[in-house]
Design a protein around this ligand. Structure first.
Ligand code: HEC
Length: 140
């Protein structure tokens, strides 16, 4: 996993044409270095961050399903993550706080981040938390 991440970082340093201007491309090139797109129980041990789908559902719930608020919140968080802003305290305790995106991918612009946030909103519009996460709040 570490090596895969390094290769992605190196690729991201290539000339600017690397960033095709759509949200999925930004996800593939940057976010996917850490986040799986969806849950993949078979590869649970390889995860260094929660699946993007799960984060999208948590953020969507936190902002009451509003697209603009969703996008603003995602962009703000990835630029300056903080435990006090995080929607999933369990994710923070399991994986540690996300590093600021600028530390890993300084070439990403605010537009790139907005694109990927819109892509998340659309792609995971119907996604739900898995049953074990829904029950989480009820555990003793
Ligand atoms: C270096 C690894 C890494 C990269 C790269 C990364 N993330 Fe994260 N991200 C994490 C980890 C770990 C967490 C879980 C802990 C937390 O919430 O800070 C997280 C959490 C999140 C959350 C939840 C935020 C919240 O409100 O609680 C969002 C949204 C997110 N990432 C979006 C992105 C997007 C979009 C990208 C690409 C532009 C990205 N991440 C790239 C590691 C990463």
């Amino acid at each position: 996993m570490k090596r895969g991440f390094l290769i992605l970082v190196l690729l991201a340093g290539l000339p600017s044409g690397v960033w095709a201007k759509d949200g999925q491309a930004v996800f593939d090139a940057a976010c996917a270095a850490c986040h799986f797109k969806q849950r993949d129980p078979a590869r649970r041990d390889e995860m260094v961050a929660p699946p993007m789908e799960m984060m999208a559902v948590h953020v969507r719930d936190a902002v009451g399903g509003q697209r603009d608020a969703f996008v603003a919140r995602v962009v703000d968080f990835v630029k300056a993550p903080a435990e006090s802003k995080a929607v999933d305290a369990m994710a923070v305790s399991r994986f540690g706080l996300m590093p600021a995106i600028g530390d890993s991918f300084p070439e990403l612009t605010d537009d790139d981040l907005r694109l990927v946030a819109h892509w998340m909103f659309d792609t995971f519009a119907q996604a739900q938390l898995p049953p074990e996460e829904q029950r989480r709040g009820q555990r003793p």
